[in-house]
Design a protein around this ligand. Structure first.
Ligand SMILES: CC(C)(COP(=O)(O)OP(=O)(O)OC[C@H]1O[C@@H](n2cnc3c(N)ncnc32)[C@H](O)[C@@H]1OP(=O)(O)O)[C@@H](O)C(=O)NCCC(=O)NCCS
Length: 113
């Protein structure tokens, strides 16, 4: 890893993405695996920024889905380093979803009829 010390704030990442029909599961909600993939990407960018090296994911400790996310919702990933070891890092990712028209929690958008 790079020997230059960096504060957590220097390498944190905020990444937002609108959920599209391509992100849906057969029930029409956002597929959790897509959210996991994006969270892993955000964590990977933070790890690379922090270490100045290529990085891989060795393990994911914990993943919890508190509420469903719907197509059209905006999902924001807040990723930052929690801990730095000798050659490894722990990166935390907080995922938030909102209905962008209201700024409130995820809701299913009713199609205009
Ligand atoms: C991750 C990987 C490089 C670890 O290799 P390894 O031979 O176990 O490496 P080491 O034993 O030297 O451990 C290196 C560091 O990783 C940490 N580590 C290894 N496996 C870990 C695990 N399952 N969970 C948490 N940390 C782990 C070690 O604690 C060590 O940390 P430190 O240097 O800060 O003390 C190897 O398992 C690998 O390449 N896995 C595949 C990764 C991948 O393809 N991910 C998906 C695509 S990104």
């Amino acid at each position: 890893m790079s020997t230059d010390a960096k504060p957590v704030s220097a390498t944190r990442l905020v990444m937002a993405q609108e959920m599209t029909p391509q992100d849906a599961n057969p029930a029409g909600n956002v597929h959790g695996g897509n959210i996991m993939r994006l969270a892993d990407s955000a964590a990977g960018v933070v790890a690379i920024r922090h270490s100045g090296r290529n990085c891989v994911t060795a393990a994911v400790d914990h993943f919890e889905f508190h509420a469903p996310v719907f197509i059209g919702n905006l999902v924001t990933f807040h990723a930052s380093v929690n801990y730095v070891g000798r050659t490894s890092m722990e990166v935390g990712v907080r995922v938030e979803a909102e209905e962008p028209r209201t700024g409130k929690g995820p809701t299913r958008i009713r199609p205009i009829s």
